[in-house]
Design a protein around this ligand. Structure first.
Ligand code: GDP
Length: 419
């Protein structure tokens, strides 16, 4: 039993049954307000239309819009073993953007695929995006098994197809589960209709996921959020993204290279509670033993485990901008608390998310993935995504719009850095 909610996203091609599955998950685990389903069924009856599980989501959304109940971008249920938080309901316009900005920092995902239609464009695109964001715990729900008469042969076909695609990007799904979201089969209880299937239900698969790894084992990264002045003291505030910090540590701030020792650590900026050490996930206020100049965007770390420092980074980018991205384009690259003004110095390859083929291209279209080189006038401090995801992912901003996101790769000559 764990009390920390497992954060998941439910993705997949339009109409493959994401909302239905979410409605079912909430229903089967008793997470819906009492009488909600009965009420919706009654309304449908009166209007002479068939009931849809997706209406549950719509109803919750409508109530949310009226300010009545919960936020549908944060749906909760309990598997019996652990709480689960579905972040960002499918169908949200901002879904991909939210995933990229990491606002939705999911630990696991359920990829829904229609058994009848098989793997489609968005199944691949979403699968790719999960991989790009470093999500490796993916369960696949092969939905609408009722439409294919619970055919084991058809299930095996779809399973092979999605395994081949995910395998191509280095992802092994934890489970591939045959389900009927509409019928409620293999959602919570294992269904008799799939006697040939020996694996867990969707809920069972969720129970098997590991919680997010604690980042205290990684090198210290404390991106500076703000610097406050209290009396004669300066308090540097920020959230420890990874590692630990303790009083007496000598901190280096990158990219500036300035350094000083930690004089005190406060639970939060300006409070009277001081601690001797703090770790990943905590927000702290730090005072230093020397009056060095520190500003937002710098990253505090220990000298012996420094982030990389460079004017150019090679990155894999998911482009969401309305206009294609081209060589020479200027953007703001936000990485942790830093904002760097960058220019597209090279478009190395554009990746076709459909067949994973790549080609040389002068432009990156909307919803495409590409490997790029960004150049900044000043040095940028970062980690490769593989070393430390918290300092290895970024968001691209043009004006006030988020136009893409990506992860930082390693050396320019290593072709397999992203896998
Ligand atoms: P989404 O766009 O992925 O959220 O898909 P929805 O959940 O809205 O479902 C799209 C359509 O597929 C709806 O008409 C559902 O009733 C239908 N559907 C969903 N799950 C099943 C299922 O298990 N079996 C059948 N036959 N239809 C389903």
């Amino acid at each position: 039993m764990s009390n920390t909610p497992l954060k998941i996203v439910v993705v997949g091609h339009v109409d493959h049954g994401k909302s239905t599955l979410v409605g079912r998950l909430l229903h089967e685990t008793g997470a819906l307000p009492e009488g909600k389903v009965e009420y919706l069924k009654e309304v449908c009856d009166k209007r002479g239309m068939p009931f849809e599980w997706a209406f549950v989501m719509d109803a919750l959304q409508a109530e949310r819009d009226q300010g009545i109940t919960i936020d549908t971008s944060q749906l909760r249920f309990h598997t019996g073993n652990r709480p689960v938080l579905i972040i960002d309901a499918p169908g949200h316009k901002e879904f991909l953007k939210n995933m990229i900005t990491g606002a939705a920092s999911a630990e696991a995902a359920v990829l829904v695929i229609d058994a009848h239609e098989g793997v489609q464009e968005q199944s691949r695109r979403h699968g790719y995006l999960l991989h790009l964001l470093g999500l490796t715990q993916i369960a696949v729900a092969v939905n609408k098994m009722d439409l294919v008469d619970w055919s084991e042969a058809r299930f095996k076909e779809v399973e092979a197809e999605i395994r081949a695609y995910l395998g191509g990007i280095g992802v092994t799904p934890t489970h591939v589960v045959p389900v009927s979201a509409r019928g409620g089969d293999n959602i919570n209880a294992v269904s008799e209709k799939s006697a040939w299937y020996k694996g867990p239900s969707v809920i069972g698969a969720l129970d098997g996921f590991a919680a997010a790894a604690v980042a205290t084992d990684l090198a210290l990264r404390l991106p500076v959020q703000d610097v406050y002045k209290f009396d004669s003291r300066r308090i540097i505030s920020g959230r420890i993204e990874s590692g630990r910090i303790k009083v007496g540590d000598r901190l280096t701030f990158s990219p500036s290279g300035k350094s000083a020792r930690v004089a005190s650590i406060e639970g939060w900026a300006g409070s009277d509670i001081t601690v001797l050490s703090a770790g990943a996930g905590q927000s702290v206020g730090v005072t230093l033993d020397e009056p060095i100049f520190v500003e937002r965007g710098q990253v505090a770390h220990l000298a012996e485990a420094a982030p990389a420092l460079a004017h150019e980074i090679r990155a894999r980018v998911f482009w969401l901008g309305r206009d294609p991205l081209a060589l020479g384009d200027r953007l703001k690259l936000k990485l942790a608390t830093a904002e760097y003004h960058v220019e597209v110095a090279a478009i190395e390859k554009v990746i076709d998310v459909e067949d994973l083929g790549s080609h040389q291209g002068a432009q990156v279209g909307r919803n495409a993935v590409a490997e790029l080189v960004f150049r900044s006038r000043g040095a940028m401090a970062f980690d490769t995504f593989g070393d430390n995801a918290r300092l290895g992912r970024f968001v691209l901003v043009h004006g006030y719009d988020i136009v893409g996101g990506g992860i930082v790769g390693a050396a320019m000559d290593n072709r397999n850095i992203f896998h």
